[in-house]
Design a protein around this ligand. Structure first.
Ligand code: SD4
Length: 333
């Protein structure tokens, strides 16, 4: 696909997506704090922030936080909303399959104590975020993959079900006619959910869940379930999560980088911008053809977001009100 078409397509379809948010806002609340540093003026707790336009998911997470629930419960339950939504073609049931027609899911979760659990390449279980939590809390391991992860889930009572919906099957069959796979992420067509929350006690947790890149090779795993890449939490500092071309996020360990930059004194916004610049720089010219977006939150509840190309958005819920923000972006060309 020519880049212009790719970006054009992105903007048209994302307009539809953004317009359906409860409240649409441009990121105009970016301001400088006392020290002159760039921050997004969002320092309210409890708070939840998630990649893309996911008002139902952030509303659910908010409900948990509002009822004095933990940030861990909030991010798990928030992500479950998207996993169950068959209209989201990048997460859970209804996710687009790999090139063999199998939907495979990746997910991870991190709590305030730095505990981490992940599952990858899981077929036939919708709520992989809950399965990741079970790995974290109920096994001596941190990652389970493929059949082992599924068996662990079935033993715990997770339901086995086919995640390929009729519409994903149709899309896959259409794709198969050309089987034209380029590792180009369609900006409009990926909405992995990465979610970060701070609860009433000021504790931070995060979660990330995805079906990964559509028509990927069988067995491919992206950044989303990998600690430090798709997600990282340090309760002393803050958290970050990623969406977009996982291969590029993995190579720069983007979420860990953002948290470390915040530890060194950068605001979430500055840290996200630095991480995107790192991805861009390492990619040479290739960044023109893929999207990467990050969101971050620090211990004070300040947030940040940045991406390579226009039309990445993120949702914040504080005080029970959802707002979808358009992210600032690198590529102004
Ligand atoms: C991956 N980062 O598997 C994920 C894809 C993604 O929205 O973000 N999709 O590489």
């Amino acid at each position: 696909m020519k880049r212009r078409n790719f970006l054009q397509k992105a903007s048209l379809s994302t307009i539809g997506v953004v317009a359906s948010a409860s409240v649409v806002a441009c990121n105009t609340d970016k301001e400088k704090n006392n020290s002159g540093r760039i921050v997004n003026s969002t320092s309210v707790k409890p708070i939840v922030i998630a990649t893309w336009n996911v008002p139902n998911a952030t509303a659910k997470a908010w409900e948990v936080l509002h009822n004095r629930g933990t940030s861990l419960d909030a991010v798990e339950q928030g992500c479950m909303i998207e996993e169950a939504d068959v209209k989201n073609s990048s997460v859970g049931k209804g996710g687009l399959p790999d090139r063999d027609g199998n939907v495979t899911l990746d997910a991870c979760i991190m709590d305030k104590d730095g505990n981490y659990g992940a599952v990858m390449c899981v077929q036939n279980i919708i709520h992989v975020i809950s399965l990741a939590r079970k790995v974290m809390e109920g096994t001596p391991h941190v990652i389970l993959a493929g059949e082992g992860a599924e068996k662990f889930g079935y033993d715990l009572g997770f339901k086995k079900e086919n995640l390929l919906t009729e519409s994903s099957k149709k899309a896959w069959k259409k794709w198969k006619k050309t089987s034209d796979y380029k590792p180009i992420i369609n900006i409009e067509n990926h909405d992995t959910i990465g979610m970060l929350a701070i609860d009433i006690n000021g504790d931070i947790s995060g979660a990330c869940t995805t079906s990964g890149l559509s028509y990927k090779m069988a067995g491919r795993v992206g950044d989303s379930p990998i600690i430090g890449s798709g997600l990282f939490i340090d309760n002393e500092v803050g958290g970050a999560t990623a969406t977009g071309m996982g291969e590029e996020v993995l190579k720069t360990v983007g979420s860990f980088l953002i948290v470390e930059l915040m530890r060194q004194g950068k605001t979430p916004q500055e840290a996200c911008e630095e991480a995107v610049r790192r991805v861009v720089k390492k990619s040479g010219d290739r960044y023109k053809d893929f999207q990467v977006g990050f969101i971050a939150i620090n211990k004070q509840g300040e947030t940040g977001a940045y991406c390579i190309h226009e039309w990445f958005s993120y949702t914040i819920n504080k005080q029970g009100e959802n707002k979808n923000y358009k992210s600032a972006y690198y590529n102004k060309a």
